[in-house]
Design a protein around this ligand. Structure first.
Ligand code: T5A
Length: 226
């Protein structure tokens, strides 16, 4: 099977990591080879940059600098992990990708769209997701979840979690706008439901993509034989 690239997007504590775990388990049970990864990070170089970004160490140098660092991390992640996995026929599930930069650095960071697009083009180098799941829920609910988890032993709120509620709400709207502009790639799922109900909705969105991949491979094989 041709590899598939599925990204998960949404606000803080939207349930992306939880849903990636559910989906990976479901796909592995069906025999697929699945790679779970995240941004910023996912490759050794990108994980080093993750620390700089989420600790807030780069904040004082401005949003342009942060955007370039996210792009540098993304480029390394794409070339070192994502592309090789897709080329090997695996299904890559990624916690955040280019849409997070569009929203966090573009919309709420007030960077010029041309600057954000130029960085995106270089960083992804053609690796556009086959499917992007946007988990949508009120920012307050997501932040409360993230905080509850922090209380459970996780470190203090990171560079972005500590921002004002209105900024998080603006991000929610920006993700929904993005989905409206790219309805083929981006699918919105209500993230304010029990985790297993969300997982079922996501599986329904993912299965056709995999069936397409299987049938296009069969078509391709058939075309080669005839
Ligand atoms: N960023 C990232 C940018 O600014 N630009 C970029 O280009 C990129 C790639 C990353 C930060 O970097 C920014 C965005 C982010 O601020 P991170 O630590 O990776 O930081 O944070 P997040 O990606 O936001 O991930 P979180 O771990 O905070 O949230 P998730 O993964 O969405 O949520 P999850 O699954 O960990 O769940 C959070 C809590 O809620 C519970 C879970 O058990 C957990 O405790 N939960 C639920 N509770 C009730 N009902 C459900 N349905 C639940 N699902 C999960």
């Amino acid at each position: 099977m041709k590899g598939r690239f599925i990204t998960f997007e949404g606000g803080e504590g939207a349930g992306k990591s939880t849903q990636i775990q559910y989906l990976a388990e479901a796909l592995r049970t069906r025999g697929y080879d699945v790679v779970m990864t995240r941004e910023p990070g996912g490759s050794p170089g990108a994980e080093a940059v993750r620390h700089v970004l989420l600790s807030g160490a780069a904040e004082e140098f401005g949003v342009r600098m942060e955007a370039i660092l996210f792009a540098a991390a993304r480029s390394d992640h794409v070339e070192e992990l994502i592309r090789p996995a897709i080329d090997a026929g695996k299904i890559v599930l990624c916690d955040r990708f280019m849409d997070s930069s569009r929203v966090y650095q573009g919309v709420t960071g007030n960077l010029e769209p041309e600057f954000v697009s130029a960085l995106e083009r270089v960083a992804i180098n053609g690796m556009v997701p086959d499917l992007t799941i946007i988990l949508d829920l009120p920012a307050e609910v997501g932040l409360a979840r993230a905080r509850a988890r922090s209380g459970g032993g996780r470190a203090d709120p990171d560079r972005y979690e500590k921002e004002a509620l209105a900024v998080h709400e603006k991000r929610r709207e920006a993700f929904l706008d993005l989905a409206a502009k790219e309805p083929g790639r981006c699918k919105v799922v209500d993230g304010n439901q029990p985790a297993d109900a969300i997982a079922q909705s996501i599986e329904k969105l993912v299965h056709p993509l995999l069936d397409d991949a299987a049938s296009s491979d069969t078509d391709h094989a058939g075309a080669q034989q005839s």
